[in-house]
Every structure is written in structure tokens, then in C-alpha cells.
Ligand binder design. Structure first.
Ligand code: SAM
Length: 187
């Protein structure tokens, strides 16, 4: 599908240069495509995953199991606001693929209030070289509202503490999804 193609090419671009990844978080498991990609790229790293839909947690577990991956991950049927409590150790890589689950319940769209809490929790746990990656979907009404509010929040973050970047297609129609990257600054 076009959307997952965007997301996966962003991921390839960014993950290509990443090393020393020991703890990863998939904050929006969905069907587990991103989770599998993370485990394939960093098989030794522990992966924590979250989704508010039980079906998503189950589908993601099955997807990993089908590839013979049965350890080195722990998935929670919980909102990603719990990242701060549930995840142990400094986080090297944290992924938010926002929006709703394609083919699933569109009512379970991610929402600014909870997303911002989760990102704040992840930022507090981020290792010095860690990255938080968010895919934003401004093409739908709910996605647009979430995108605008999140960008507003990010603009307000202290530039000494964190760098926020945007990777965005400029020649595609209809508000394509794009990526934001957060990185802590060491002081
Ligand atoms: N990464 C997924 C994949 O590879 O298939 C796609 C994720 S999908 C675009 C967004 C997911 O976020 C949905 O499965 C939805 O249930 C989940 N979600 C919505 N609100 C959430 C929350 N507060 N905490 C965790 N997951 C949430």
C-alpha cells in the first residue's frame, strides 16, 4: 500500500545509519509490520510494543512468531502513555506510526493528548544517542488536528535540550504522511 511504502522507506533511510541499538519501542503496533522491521534490523535489541487494540497486539505477536521470533520482545495491550513505567532501561529507538489501523477500527485513531504524553515519556527515557521517530498523517481530519497540535508542541521544546526535525515529501499531492525525528542534545 502507498502509505506503508512511505513509512518503510523513511525507516530504511534512518535505520541504515543507526548503530548500538539495545532497547526499542514500537508505540503503535498495529499489524506489526514496523515491529518486524525493527526486530529484523536489530535482532539483539529488546523490543517493547504498545497498542490499545488487543487484535493489534495479537497480530503483531503472530507476525513475529511466523518469522521464528519468539523472544526478545514484550507487547502491552495498553496505551503508549505507559512507556515511562513499562519500559526498562534507556530507549535507543522509539517509533510512533500514528493514525488508525488500516482495515481495523478507525475510531482508535491516535490522539494529541495521549500521543504528547507518550512522546514526553519516551523523551525522558531516551538514551543520549537515541531517536524518536513519528510518522504523521495530515491527510485525514483527525490526523491533521493531531499533526498541527503536535508540531505546535514540538516548536515549543527547548532547542538546547532537543532537536526536532521534519522529513517531508515536497512534490506529492494530497498531504502525504511525513516523518518527524526527535533527538536529545547532550548539553
Ligand atoms: N505500526 C503499525 C504497523 O506496522 O502495522 C501501524 C500502526 S497504525 C497506523 C496506528 C495504531 O495506533 C493502531 O493500531 C491503533 O490501535 C494504535 N493506537 C491508537 N491510540 C493508541 C494509544 N493511545 N496507544 C497505543 N496505540 C494506539
Amino acid at each position: 500500500v502507498a502509505i506503508s511504502h512511505h513509512v518503510s522507506s523513511y525507516l530504511d533511510l534512518l535505520l541504515g545509519d543507526l548503530e548500538e541499538v539495545w532497547v526499542m519501542v514500537d508505540a503503535t503496533l498495529g499489524n506489526g509490520h514496523d515491529a518486524l522491521k525493527l526486530k529484523e534490523r536489530f535482532p539483539e535489541a529488546m523490543l517493547y510494543g504498545f497498542d490499545v487494540q488487543k487484535a493489534a497486539v495479537e497480530a503483531s505477536t503472530r507476525r513475529l512468531n511466523r518469522q521464528g521470533i519468539t523472544t526478545g520482545f514484550e507487547f502491552f495491550h495498553q496505551s503508549h502513555e505507559k512507556i515511562g513505567e513499562a519500559v526498562r532501561g534507556p530507549v535507543d529507538l522509539c517509533l510512533f506510526n500514528l493514525g488508525y489501523l488500516p482495515g481495523g477500527d478507525k475510531g482508535r485513531h491516535t490522539a494529541y493528548d495521549t500521543t504528547v504524553k507518550a512522546v514526553t515519556g519516551a523523551l525522558a527515557k531516551l538514551s543520549p544517542r537515541g531517536l524518536i521517530l513519528l510518522t504523521l498523517y495530515p491527510g485525514s481530519l483527525r490526523g491533521r488536528i493531531e499533526t498541527i497540535l503536535l508540531e505546535d508542541h514540538f516548536r515549543g521544546l527547548d532547542q538546547k535540550a532537543v532537536t526536532v526535525m521534519r522529513i517531508q515529501p515536497v512534490n506529492q499531492k494530497n498531504d502525504p504522511p511525513y516523518l518527524m525525528v526527535l533527538k536529545k542534545n547532550s548539553g
